[in-house]
Design a protein around this ligand. Structure first.
Ligand SMILES: [Zn+2]
Ligand SMILES: [Zn+2]
Length: 364
């Protein structure tokens, strides 16, 4: 039930000794889900408490190099390490159209044979996600078929009704992608747990004369039971209120969202990760390059009523607060700018290797 998020790379454009290129990990029940994989992500993993071998899902927000140039190297190293671990799980990779070909081509050209299977699910962007002159219609290029370890993935189009892309929808989780506006099409990702059944009220059951046993399991699974005494107990009589699921949203580079779905999906998120490449005094430059400032990020967070806003993807000029020297730009100014919009609600500035726990929610 434990869930946390670790920032492995919080810098924009390129990795530096103080800020790695984009990479964020959600750890859930021992699995790692990686969001973006900038150059050097594998060494950031090694420096952290996380294990790259635990990655089961990878999400790429967009195809700018600082968000995915680390992918072939990371996959090859995980493969090397998995030779002593034959149970290495299959990896699902989600990202914009073109990603499957990139991975296939780099594996082919370098004669790399992965020891685990992977599948690339491609998201098809819409032309309004970037300036018209930047939009490229990419088709699948690898006519020779995938590599031996590649399992055919899905091509996922925007759902015209929901206005988003459904990636995962199982008993426990929903994962969706939504559209962002950037220099090239970019996506945000939603990770949401489904609500859990409430606890059994054991005292109430004892009062009804029901002893622990199979009946408890039936009630917990929503099945009405009739006791030998003829008394009927329905689950709602003895189950406490359901426990709401946690919601985390991680946005790729953007100067805004496309359509109104992003606000709905991020509404009341427990944690929202938003880029803030430049400070508010450089808003024109930020927008020109398809980026956000702290004010822009905080305004989106406010609209969505999120509980915690974390800013990341800082220009390399903003050194982490502990490393700011004389003449350096003060990164904490970005925190103040965001907090001013959120009426003092605390905003977190991500730093490499920072981990934030996402505690289980209480019953409503
Ligand atoms: Zn970037
Ligand atoms: Zn970008």
């Amino acid at each position: 039930m434990s869930m946390d998020i670790t920032f492995l790379g919080t810098g924009s454009a390129y990795p530096s000794p103080t800020r790695g290129a984009s990479a964020t990990v959600i750890r859930n029940e021992g699995e790692c889900w990686l969001f973006d994989c900038g150059e050097g992500t594998q060494t950031q993993f090694m420096k952290s408490h996380l294990k790259a071998g635990r990655i089961t899902k990878i999400f790429i927000t967009h195809l700018h190099g600082d968000h995915f140039f680390g992918l072939p190297g990371l996959l090859c190293t995980v493969s090397l390490q998995s030779s002593s671990c034959p149970s290495k799980q299959h990896v699902d990779i989600y990202g914009p159209v073109g990603l499957r070909d990139f991975i296939w081509r780099t594996m082919e050209l370098s004669h790399s044979e992965l020891l685990f299977s992977y599948v690339v699910h491609e998201l098809v962007p819409t032309p309004d996600q970037c300036p018209p002159e930047e939009f490229k219609e990419l088709t699948r290029l690898n006519g020779d078929g995938g590599s031996s370890k590649e399992v055919q993935g899905r091509t996922i189009y925007l759902d015209p009704v929901e206005n988003c892309y459904t990636l995962v929808n199982d008993e426990q989780l929903v994962m969706k992608a939504f559209r962002l506006f950037h220099r090239i099409p970019s996506f945000g990702f939603l990770v949401e747990e489904k609500q859990r059944t409430g606890k059994l009220n054991v005292q109430k059951l004892k009062d009804l004369g029901v002893q622990p046993g199979p009946v408890y399991g039936k009630l917990k699974n929503g099945i009405t039971v009739v006791l030998e005494s003829g008394i009927t107990i329905s689950p709602s009589d003895v189950l406490e209120d359901p426990i709401p699921g946690r919601k985390i949203c991680i946005l790729g580079d953007c100067s805004g969202v496309v359509g109104d779905e992003a606000v709905k999906l991020c509404f009341e998120a427990d944690l929202l990760v938003h880029e803030a490449t430049l400070d508010d005094s450089q808003v024109d430059k930020a927008i020109e390059h398809g980026h956000s400032t702290p004010r822009m990020a905080a305004e989106f967070a406010k609209l969505c009523k999120v509980k915690n806003l974390v800013l990341t993807h800082f220009s390399q000029r903003y050194k982490p607060a502990a490393l700011v020297g004389e003449g350096d730009t003060d990164v904490t100014e970005l925190k103040r700018q965001a907090e001013a919009v959120l009426a003092g609600q605390e905003v977190t500035l991500a730093e490499d290797f920072m981990t934030i726990d996402i505690p289980m929610k209480k019953q409503k």
